[in-house]
Design a protein. Structure first.
Length: 153
């Protein structure tokens, strides 16, 4: 009997977790279509040589979302190289989106990490909050060299 209960409980938890991630992803899609799609395009493919793709991105696929959170909070300036491709826009590659709430950032990054062919894990508002707090004194945009010093595995 205990074994049956454990199976039912485990299945119920898996369904609840899937529903939470689906809600995060849906809310994230809304933020994406309001804030991100003009540069990264509705397909997540970006614009060649200007705005990097999110689809199939090695940065998006990283085990930990720490670099992505920092990019959204403070922006990134180029030149950068992503998936072996150079991106060197005269404007910042990604302007700061730090006015978004921790929950909005978590939702949009969850959407990006679970769509466009990406299969990375969800991002939580607590992860965003911790990085926002840790980097609260930062005013400059990130560079690729700085971000590559941050472990993501």
């Amino acid at each position: 009997m205990f074994s049956s209960f454990r199976f039912i409980f485990t299945a119920a938890c898996a369904v609840a977790l899937h529903q939470v991630h689906a809600q995060d992803s849906t809310a994230g899609q809304t933020v994406y279509m309001q804030v991100c799609f003009a540069c990264h395009q509705p397909t997540g493919l970006g614009l060649p040589n200007m705005f990097p793709p999110l689809a199939g991105s090695d940065w998006v696929a990283a085990a930990k979302p720490d670099r992505l959170i920092r990019i959204v909070l403070h922006g990134i300036t180029g030149p950068i190289q992503l998936n072996g491709q150079p991106f060197n826009s005269p404007a910042p590659i990604m302007p700061t989106q730090g006015t978004l709430s921790d929950e909005q950032i978590a939702n949009v990054l969850t959407y990006v990490r679970t769509n466009f062919g990406n299969k990375a894990g969800a991002v939580t508002a607590a992860e965003v909050k911790a990085i926002r707090e840790a980097e609260k004194a930062r005013t400059a945009m990130w560079t690729q060299a700085e971000l590559e010093k941050i472990p993501v595995n």
